[in-house]
Write a protein that binds this ligand. Structure first.
Ligand SMILES: [Zn+2]
Ligand SMILES: [Zn+2]
Length: 251
């Protein structure tokens, strides 16, 4: 399994990175996990625009889903002919959310592009990926996926405040991709995001073999401080997610 970061900026794009989007691949199957601002641009730097086999949206905040609007046009109007119907797994209301964002509010043509599949917390088989989910602690319904294929495990927190179920999500994972939007300290709102220390603590408790910190809000944060927070509590392999970089997951 491998995972390429198509965008890792939190909340709004940075000068050199779009928002949450990750291309997870195994055995030639390409799963786009989240599709925040800039995902469709970045996707074209890593293969054919249409070469995506399924999409999985953790939640419907714009920084995780909005480029599905752009992607609907890219697939629907592709001059090579109609692209195959693309399965899109997302929380309840995904079709309506994307339709509203197109401005037309109509879903009929989107139904010719996307095959909407609603997440309800139950496990799903998505191509070669056995996917299971944890409901996170976030202002909107957010499903954090654990993806297993070929003996490798990738866990992704989506967006979340403190959430005990993250330990099960990341149990013995080869890679935990964890949001770390906040810096540790007083005044962070409850139930929205993690800080670097919290991400590191969950990774340590879960026995995750490596930890990538993502969803940092570059313009407001301090990446070095976020990394140091996690490093103080987690002694596995640790780094900040890098835009455009591909990471091997498992052996
Ligand atoms: Zn977000
Ligand atoms: Zn969010």
């Amino acid at each position: 399994m491998q995972m390429t970061v198509l965008g890792c900026a939190g909340t709004f794009p940075g000068p050199a990175s779009g928002c949450s989007a990750y291309l997870v691949e195994h055995d030639g199957f390409r799963l786009l996990v989240d599709a925040g601002y800039g995902a469709v641009g970045a996707l074209q730097r890593h293969g054919d625009l249409l070469d995506v086999d399924a999409v999985l949206l953790s939640h419907l905040h714009a920084d995780h889903c909005i480029d599905l609007v752009a992607y609907s046009y890219a697939r629907f109007y592709d001059p090579r002919g109609t692209a195959p119907l693309l399965p899109v797994y997302g929380p309840p209301g995904t079709a309506e959310r994307i339709a509203a964002a197109t401005g037309s509010g109509r879903q009929d043509w989107l139904g010719q592009v996307f095959d909407w599949r609603t997440l309800d917390g139950g496990p799903r088989q998505i191509g070669p990926f056995a996917a299971s989910f944890v409901r996170t602690n976030h202002p909107v319904e957010c499903w954090a996926p654990r993806l297993e294929a070929g003996g490798a495990v990738l866990a992704y927190t989506g967006d979340t405040g403190r959430c005990e179920d993250l330990v099960a999500l990341a149990r013995d994972a080869d890679l935990l991709l964890a949001e770390a939007s906040f810096l540790d300290g007083p005044g962070n709102p409850e139930g929205v995001h993690l800080c670097g220390r919290e991400a590191g603590e969950y990774a340590a408790r879960a026995g995750a073999r490596s930890l990538l910190l993502t969803h940092l809000v570059g313009a407001w944060g301090d990446a070095a401080a976020t990394l140091a927070e996690a490093k103080a509590v987690y002694d596995g392999e640790l780094a900040l997610a890098e835009d455009g970089r591909t990471y091997r997951v498992g052996r």
